[in-house]
Design a protein around this ligand. Structure first.
Ligand SMILES: [Zn+2]
Length: 161
């Protein structure tokens, strides 16, 4: 095999690895999520009422939750978190609610609390960034985020002493 063929093979492998949770071709229009009731139509997941005849499948958010494979991870830490825990938790839930209304597949998967740290796992990258930014806007502190895996995953960190 010459060099050119190798190069092409690499590319093909990369394309195949393109976010398996968001492959639009996978769902006929309309497709209803059997778990959460989200409806895929017009190229996106919505909360529209499903028609009578509808294809059925799992939406990417429910699939990720089932696979326990989050797209976003938010880590919150610091003494301030302990003092304002309930308030911060409310803000997180509100942000999720707003995001989920617009984008059904952007949700919180799990919230873990350990040694004074909060770890929030999300099904999408947008909701994770939104929550991080909202906390930073409300409470300042140290905030940063980084994308991984070709922007299919995001790691968000926030800390305030
Ligand atoms: Zn679903």
């Amino acid at each position: 095999m010459d060099k050119g063929t190798y190069g092409r093979r690499d590319r093909l492998v990369k394309e195949k690895r393109h976010d398996p949770y968001m492959e639009r071709e996978k769902w006929p229009d309309p497709t209803l999520c059997t778990e959460c009731g989200a409806l895929f139509t017009g190229g996106r997941w919505t909360w529209q009422r499903p028609p009578e005849k509808v294809n059925r499948a799992l939406c990417p958010a429910c699939q990720r939750t089932r696979d326990r494979l989050p797209a976003g991870t938010i880590e919150l830490s610091g003494d301030f978190l302990q003092d304002q825990r309930d308030e911060i938790m409310n803000l997180i839930k509100n942000q999720e609610k707003m995001e989920k209304t617009e984008r059904p597949v952007e949700r919180i998967m799990e919230i873990k609390e350990e040694n004074g740290k909060l770890t929030i796992l999300t099904t999408g990258i947008h909701v994770a960034r939104r929550i991080g930014e909202a906390i930073f806007r409300a409470y300042q502190g140290e905030f940063d985020f980084s994308y991984g895996d070709g922007e299919k995953t995001i790691q968000v960190r926030w800390h305030r002493d």
